[in-house]
Structure formats: C-alpha cells, structure tokens
Ligand binder design. Structure first.
Ligand code: NDP
Length: 451
C-alpha cells in the first residue's frame, strides 16, 4: 500500500476512535472496511472531496429508548432499546433486531455498518440498519416475551414503515418474537403492511426465509470450494451455534453430503463423529425451536456423542468451519487449531465471528475465507424477496425463492472474485466484498448530494 493511503487510513481511524470512544466492535468493523476500500477512495478524489467514507461511519440516525415491562411475578423490568439507521442511500433501512444481554451501542453500530455493505452486495434496494435490546429471552415465558415485544414496538413503531425501515430477526428474535412485534405494530398503526420480515407463512411471510441464511451460506461456501475443485461431499464440517443460522446451515451441509460434526450454544458444544442425519436434525429443531432446550441434551439423547462445556468446537479437526453463533467467536488460538486440524475453508454465517488476528492466521495459511457480509447475505436477500412479495401481494413457491437465493449468492460470489482476486489468482473475499458493497453505496451517495 502506498504511504499516502496508509497515512489516510491511520488518520481516518484516529478520528473514528476519538469520535466513538468505548466502541471496540464498531472500531473493528470500520477498520476492516477502511483497509479494503482506502486505495479506491484515495484514487478517486471526488469521493475524498465529498467525504463519502467519513459520512458512512456516521449513522444517519440512532434511536435509544426505554422499554419497561412487567414480568410474570408482577415485578417491573426495564430494558434499553436501540435502532441504528446507518444508511438509506440505496433503499429503505433494513436489518435485524437482536435481543441478547450483550447488546450495546457498539454492537448495534457495528452490525448496522456491516449491514449497509451486505445489503448492497445482494443488489436489492435496501439500506442498512440494526436494532435490538439488552433483553434476554432465555428462561422467559411466552407471555413475558410478548409483553416485552409489545413495549419495545410501542416506541419503535414511529421510526419504521414499509418504505422507511423494515426490521427482521437476529439473535434472540425468531418467528415468535416477529409475530408479537408485528401484532403490536399493526395495532398501533392500524395497517397491515410488510414492515417486518421473517413473518409467518400465513400472514405475509416468504417460503424459505427461515432457511435462507444457512442455505445461502452453504451455497456460497460451495462456490468457494469449487474454485479449488472441491465440494461439501464427504467433508467434515464444524458448526457453532444451534439457532436459526446454524440449524439450516447444518441441514444443507448434511444434504450436500457433508458430515456435520458439531453444534454449540453459549454453554458448550456437542461433537457427533457420525454426523447429523435427518432424524437428528428433527430432534434439534424440536429441542431448540419448540422446547427451547440446551444443546447438551443432544449428547444424552444420541449415543457416541460427547458434550464439552465451556468450550467452542474449533479444536475438533475438520475440513470446513461454519461459525454461526456470534461475533468474535474465533480468536487467534481457535484459528490456529483450525489450521492445525486440516481445515481448508472458513465461511462465516454469523456477523464478524472472527477476530482480525484470527483472520490473519486463516488467510496467512492459505485457507478459503469469507466474511459474514458476503456469505450470510442470503438471509437479508430473502427478506428483500419477502418485501417484493408483500408489495406485489403475491406468494412465490419455495422453488422460485430458492432459485433467486442461489442466483443472488452466486452473484455475490462473482462480485467477490471481480474485486478480490489477487495477482497470484487467490481470492481475498474480504477485500472483494467490502469493495463491491462500498462502490455501490458510495456512487448512490455521490449522486444524491450532501445529505
Ligand atoms: P439465534 O438466536 O437463533 O441463535 C444464536 C445461537 O448462537 C444460539 O445457539 C446461541 O446460544 C449462540 N450464541 C449467541 N450468543 C452467543 C455467545 N455470546 N457465545 C456463544 N454462543 C452464543 O440467532 P441466529 O442464528 O439468527 O444468529 C446467529 C448469527 O448469525 C448472529 O451473528 C447473527 O447476527 C447472524 N445472522 C443471522 C441472520 C438471520 O437471518 N437470522 C442473518 C445474517 C446473520 P445460546 O442459546 O446459549 O444463547
């Protein structure tokens, strides 16, 4: 990198750190993008003059609000709600809601920032946003979750709408929560519109939306493997998480012929050397989505399975790693274990699951590596398809949605190759994804003037 661009990056990051103190996840996400796009920015003086990148790191709007609710024992509880509307350059704000005790402004800002580039990569007209609360749905009754969702929406409803901002699910927000949120939105606004995605099939949802992130991840990883003449067939796959993304990544990887060895939650991981089967998958769906149990129960239910509390699955030798739980869940030591265990491909289902140090280890060892904003974009892409169906008042078949999902993932892969192929023929998917997303958003911002 030339000294001018290097100096530009350091100056830029110095300002970001000074203006956003105590937000390490946001700093991490911004640095990754800035390092990829800075050579393009410094080579295009009109982007420098218009301070396009400086504007991108300043969300268009942030709403922080009180969410009071009453638990089943009559005790008053107070949580904090967030919506970060990062960019509306190419469409209405769009991005999930996360309910997890770790939620804070830094995490919301990093997710909204990432979402802007991811949504651009899908080529669908969606801006970037993210929201959520430090509410922990774990251990709460359905009635408590409903009261919380209703209180949350009682503030959020004034900031969203089908042409303004369209939230969806994320960690801790699945079909049940989207239902409660949608019901309250409809009641407050007195309108039935596609303001949320991930809706139930009988009331505006799209076929394949629950499957989309995990399936899309496997479609993308298949294309990565293909660049080296490989496929999922017969490969050992380690997956972290046991939620929405992990479940459908596991199902698709298994159906593509892989041996899915691990799943996890925040308490530990299970290792099943024989691999998942359709029967075992059905057990996981029932365990996690209906009984809302813990993944360790899998190990007592099926023979030959071990459960390791307090650890992540990266020490188990595998060919393909699909992190599908949360940010920074692959640290440097985990990456070293993956490399030592013979892994050839790390494709991210979660958002920013690998630390910068881990990425350096993975890329340095020549593994195929894709950032979440490229490989997990199938979820938001299918949310975009749900929005289209809502606008047209139509319902597409699963085959139609799947065909579009495959095409979009393939287009994202091609964009990564176009912008990320190195002179030696290897592919830097981080650079490719960041640059492809950035160029599109930057061009729209330039056209729309100083807003
Ligand atoms: P879910 O809530 O359905 O599942 C999350 C899973 O990750 C659970 O097994 C959970 O375990 C585990 N997990 C959460 N936090 C931690 C933590 N701090 N440490 C270890 N394990 C943890 O969420 P999703 O599957 O929807 O989301 C998973 C990831 O995928 C997130 O990074 C999300 O942003 C990303 N993503 C999701 C999309 C979607 O369509 N849902 C789209 C694109 C990205 P536990 O039960 O113990 O909390």
């Amino acid at each position: 990198m030339d000294p001018f661009t290097q100096k530009y990056i350091e100056g830029f990051m110095g300002d970001v750190l000074a203006r956003n103190p105590g937000e390490p996840e946001f700093h991490q996400a911004v640095r990754e993008v800035v390092e990829s796009v800075a050579p393009y920015v410094t080579a295009n003086p009109h982007l420098m003059d218009q301070k396009i990148l400086e504007r991108m790191v300043e969300p268009e709007r942030i709403v922080i609000f009180r969410v009071p609710w009453m638990d089943d024992y009559g005790e008053v509880r107070i949580n904090r709600g967030f919506r970060v509307q990062a960019s509306s350059a190419i469409g209405p704000y769009k991005g999930g809601l996360r309910f997890h005790p770790s939620v804070n402004l830094s995490i919301m800002k990093f997710l909204a920032f990432e979402q802007t580039f991811k949504n651009a990569l899908t080529t669908l007209p969606m801006g970037g946003a993210k929201g959520g609360s430090d509410f922990n749905p774990r251990g709460k009754s359905d009635a408590e979750v409903m009261r919380f969702c209703q209180s949350f929406m009682t503030e959020l409803y004034r900031h969203i709408g089908p042409n303004v901002d369209v939230p969806a699910g994320d960690i801790g927000v699945g079909g049940r929560e989207i239902g409660f949120l949608f019901g309250q939105y409809k009641r407050l606004k007195d309108e039935f519109s596609g303001t949320l995605t991930g809706k139930g099939l009988g009331w505006g949802g799209s076929l394949l939306r629950p499957e989309a992130t995990g399936y899309g991840l496997c479609y993308f990883a298949s294309q990565m493997l293909e660049t080296r003449g490989q496929s999922f067939e017969g490969k050992r796959v380690n997956i972290s998480g046991a939620g929405n993304v992990a479940q459908y990544a596991a199902q698709k990887a298994m159906r593509l012929g892989a041996v899915v060895q691990t799943l996890s939650d925040s308490d530990g991981f299970i290792y099943d050397p024989a691999g998942l089967t359709e029967e075992k998958m059905n057990y996981v769906f029932e365990l996690k989505n209906i009984r809302r149990g813990r993944i360790k129960e899998y190990a007592t239910h099926f023979p030959g399975v071990t459960y390791t509390p307090g650890e992540r699955p990266w020490g188990i030798p595998c060919d393909i790693a699909l992190p599908c739980a949360t940010q920074n869940e692959i640290e440097k030591a985990d990456a070293e274990k993956l490399v030592a265990g013979g892994c050839i491909c790390v494709a991210e289902g979660a958002n920013m699951p690998s630390t910068p140090e881990a990425i350096r280890v993975i890329q340095g060892a020549g593994l195929l590596y894709s950032p979440g904003k490229a490989s997990n974009a199938g979820g938001v892409a299918t949310s975009g398809l749900e929005m289209s169906q809502n606008s047209m008042r139509q319902h597409w078949s699963a085959e139609e949605v799947d065909a579009q999902l495959r095409r979009i993932m393939s287009d994202i892969h091609s964009a990564c190759l176009r912008y990320g192929t190195n002179p030696d023929g290897s592919v830097n998917y981080v650079k490719g994804a960041n640059l492809a997303g950035f160029i599109q958003v930057a061009a729209a911002m330039y056209d729309q003037g100083l807003v």
